[in-house]
Design a protein around this ligand. Structure first.
Ligand code: FE
Ligand code: FE
Ligand code: ZN
Ligand code: FE
Length: 164
């Protein structure tokens, strides 16, 4: 078997996040429905729209490296989303629902931030200069989504406490 290269790692990671983004796209409507505060609902809705663009940008990156856009099962995102689905069931009727939803959302964003950070660095190292701004733009959106969730969580945590 030929030894895998950094080039292979870049392509494999692209497939990983391509799969992850599409799973996230499927999960977000459930999270939006579960959210109680208009703040959190709007934040998640905005990020759902951004995620559609993120999927398209990944397809552009596949094109840049001359490969077919293809996903590869990401066990990490499956686990994170599964955990999110579980808490939505357990806390659906609780005043703490928004607090736990924001926390679940941040777990997703942090995974994505880790992946896109690496992809940006590898694109630069491999000389895929056209891919860098595409990956960077998504990375910035993930960071902004994480920050928006932090703000929503601050309110949600207070709401949860006030109801006790
Ligand atoms: Fe994303
Ligand atoms: Fe993964
Ligand atoms: Zn995302
Ligand atoms: Fe995100």
């Amino acid at each position: 078997m030929k030894m895998k290269s950094l080039e292979n790692a870049f392509e494999d990671s692209l497939k990983d996040i391509y799969y992850a983004e599409r799973q996230i796209l499927k999960s977000l409507p459930k999270m939006i429905r579960a959210a109680q505060s208009p703040d959190l609902k709007e934040g998640l809705t905005k990020h759902r729209e951004e995620t559609e663009g993120q999927v398209e940008r990944l397809e552009q990156v596949f094109e840049i490296i001359g490969k077919r856009a293809q996903g590869k099962t990401c066990p990490a995102i499956n686990g994170i989303l599964e955990e999110g689905a579980e808490i939505m069931e357990e806390y659906g009727k609780s005043p703490a629902i928004d607090a736990v939803l924001a926390a679940a959302g941040q777990a997703v964003e942090h995974y994505e931030i880790a992946r896109y950070g690496t992809l940006c660095a590898w694109a630069a190292q491999l000389g895929y200069d056209e891919a860098i701004p595409l990956l960077q733009q998504t990375l910035e959106q993930e960071k902004a989504a994480d920050e928006a969730l932090t703000s929503a969580a601050e309110k949600a945590n207070e709401t949860a406490m006030a109801a006790e």
